[in-house]
Design a protein. Structure first.
Length: 310
């Protein structure tokens, strides 16, 4: 009875922590861009510099980060998780602490659930189940984070041609680069909010006194997309040599649309190969069973009747 009570308490705490963590990570903030700028100015993780060691804070989440960072390997895990959270577009002040807390709750909750399921099993079976639960509990949150990073990059990649085209049009009206980027970010806020927020972050960094080349370099490292790297290099070189940026952006937008169409065609071409394995593994065996089993049953019935007649 005591073990059952402990299991249900741990299960309830795990579910509650996961729900609270999801609500904290994905809730709408009043000033997300201001929080992002404050985070980017306070830390240089994305810029390639080594982040300072975490200190004990006043709140629970800051204290939790400090305890995890003291553990051997904990600081590297927090730094890697922070980098991937930034690349996934989750850049709240407590995003790293919430992710670490939810990941650890999930890890120990899965271990407790497996121990409860294997409580009457042999020691070897229990040990195997605990090892499997530990591997799954450690890898599943990381895989979810990897998927979030890929989804965020895919959204940026898909919205880049339209945004670059609009930026070239706005620049052609005579606005400066910062004003044009701010106008484009405002226009694209509801259609492509991810890339609009990234551009607005660059504008705010430049207005705060940071060099435009450094701001674009941080943008490239935040997103990790080669097309954005090429766009940033084009803008910096155009500003340095004084060439026309509007015409260059128009040509680059056409090239981005061509790449997007080629990626779509490649995905369509791969769809047939991807469908081959489910067809062979799941559909064909069912068809064989449906078509052959009735005939086999009829043959067996006839054989039994012949045997009985003899």
């Amino acid at each position: 009875m005591l073990l059952a009570g402990v299991f249900f308490v741990l299960a309830f705490a795990t579910v509650a922590a996961l729900l609270w963590s999801a609500a904290t990570l994905f809730q709408n903030r009043e000033d997300p861009l201001g929080d992002r700028l404050e985070e980017l100015q306070a830390r240089a993780v994305v810029a390639g510099e080594r982040a300072p060691r975490r200190r004990r804070g006043r709140g629970f989440l800051d204290g939790f980060q400090f305890v995890v960072s003291v553990v051997p390997g904990g600081e590297d895990w927090l730094r890697d998780s922070e980098r991937e959270l930034i690349q996934a577009g989750i850049r709240g002040r407590n995003a790293v602490a919430v992710y670490a807390l939810s990941a650890l709750f999930f890890f120990f909750g899965l271990l407790a659930a497996m121990a409860w399921v294997q409580r009457n099993s042999a020691p070897v079976s229990m040990f195997t189940g605990l090892v499997a639960a530990a591997i799954l509990g450690w890898m599943l949150p990381q895989q979810v984070l990897h998927r979030l990073v890929k989804r965020y990059r895919r959204k940026l990649q898909e919205s880049l041609p339209d945004t670059v085209d609009m930026l070239g049009i706005v620049l052609g009206t005579g606005l400066a680069l910062d004003q044009a980027m701010q106008r484009v970010s405002e226009e694209m806020q509801y259609l492509h909010p991810e890339l609009a927020n990234e551009l607005f972050t660059v504008v705010m960094q430049v207005k705060a006194g940071q060099e435009r080349a450094v701001a674009f370099q941080q943008l490239v490292r935040r997103t990790g997309i080669e097309d954005i790297k090429s766009l940033a290099a084009m803008i910096v070189q155009s500003e340095r040599f004084g060439t026309s940026l509007a015409q260059a952006l128009k040509v680059y937008a056409d090239a981005l649309r061509t790449r997007r169409r080629l990626r779509a065609e490649a995905a369509v071409a791969r769809a047939g190969i991807k469908m081959l394995f489910p067809i062979v593994l799941f559909i064909l065996p069912v068809l064989f069973v449906i078509t052959l089993v009735p005939g086999l049953l009829s043959v067996l019935g006839n054989l039994q009747q012949l045997g009985g007649a003899r």
